[in-house]
Design a protein around this ligand. Sequence first.
Ligand SMILES: NC(=O)C1=CN([C@@H]2O[C@H](COP(=O)(O)OP(=O)(O)OC[C@H]3O[C@@H](n4cnc5c(N)ncnc54)[C@H](O)[C@@H]3O)[C@@H](O)[C@H]2O)C=CC1
Ligand SMILES: N[C@@H](CC=O)C(=O)O
Ligand code: NA
Length: 442
Amino acid sequence: MASSTTDQPALKVAMLGCGVVGSSVATMLVENADDLAARVGARLDLIGIAVRRPERPRPDVPVDPALFTADADTLVRSADIVIEVVGGIDPARELILTAIEHGASVVTANKALLAEDGPTLYAAAADRDVDLYYEAAVAGAIPIVRPMRESLVGDDVQRVLGIVNGTTNFVLDKMDSTGAGFAETVEQAQALGYAEADPTADVEGFDAAAKAAILASLAFHTRVSSADVHREGITEVTAADVQAAREMDAVVKLLAICEVVRDEAGTPSGVSVRVHPAMVPRSHPLASVRDAYNAVFVEATAAGELMFYGKGAGGDPTSSAVLGDVVAVARHRLAGGHGPSESAYADLPVVDMGRAMTRYHISLAVADRPGVLAQVASAFAEHQVSIETVRQRVLGDGDDSRASLVIVTHLASDAALAATVQALSGLDTVDEVVSWMRVEGA
Ligand SMILES: NC(=O)C1=CN([C@@H]2O[C@H](COP(=O)(O)OP(=O)(O)OC[C@H]3O[C@@H](n4cnc5c(N)ncnc54)[C@H](O)[C@@H]3O)[C@@H](O)[C@H]2O)C=CC1
Ligand SMILES: N[C@@H](CC=O)C(=O)O
Ligand code: NA
């Protein structure tokens, strides 16, 4: 352990929010104060923590109770560094803008705000020559924002495939490994501090969509907001889908997918950014991401494939990323200057989901009689969708006049695949489109 000296300079740190993440950040700031001071070259003095109810006892947070205040606005005006771990859009946005206006550098974990209105905040920070750092906002403890913004900035990122929500990965993993129900596993994720206060943000894919928007903006030097992201959550994923994935040696994951779309000449003409459940073959590195872990798989022209893996949620892992940013911005303040700002020069449009190239796994209940396969195959052909595999078996319900057909397609546009599913459901030989799901990472 380093020991601090009283003649060391000090930076005034204010924190907004003291929930799952904030209480862990405060604890680390206090317990690691000497080491942090030695690494920064200045003490990090916690001057206040803004909370809604300052009088509430917080025995788990080892700070002077007098530091708690309800007056966030006054607090941010006198700080060198503001840590925002309140979450949500307002008042977080106003408080960050006030902090920047008063010359503070800001560290935030707030992906919802950055994905909704990041450019306003980035512009304010650039105008005031201060840092706005947000490593914790994407995939918690995993260093991914800085690698995208700095380490890979000399390369061309083509595709980012991420498991960026711990709660949904936890739920899908438990459904796969234990057969546990959906509601029960969401409650467990909340108790463990992974899920957002309102788990709708997790299970409906809003949290992953915000992270996808941030990742796509960084990867492709283009502004992508959460409203641009095609989003489907996991509430419709059934035990039958998980079983169907298992039968094709795959697992169901909620993926955030960001990729460059090229025109016929191979020139980038847009970006596709989407969040949806997908079957991932067990042979793909992302399939082995279990429990509430996150991973981001990046494909870049020169670097090839990279995978970043670790804890994406929870108080301590998220605090690791927050503290890393605090040290970085503190060092910049001492040295003078700031880190890299937002880069949106490429200005590529975000394309409609229909243009995304993907593969489908489709499960049909059909009449088991001559001509059925031909009729089904022609529905695919009419939409220029090529079939990779077909598996047929008699349904095990004692009725030998019905069969199950499981079809996996080659790559096609999502619009063509969706139109094929619609055409299949209208065929008189198809009793039911039992399920369909996209297949990624094959
Ligand atoms: N919990 C996690 O695993 C992760 C959370 N994050 C992000 O970190 C941020 C904080 O998340 P949690 O700590 O989980 O949330 P939380 O709900 O546990 O804590 C939020 C805190 O902010 C306080 N607060 C709310 N409104 C306030 C206001 N108007 N003025 C002052 N204080 C106010 C609340 O009283 C509470 O102390 C969010 O942006 C979240 O998305 C990011 C990565 C992981
Ligand atoms: N609720 C989120 C927390 C981190 O961002 C998750 O489950 O991943
Ligand atoms: Na991170």
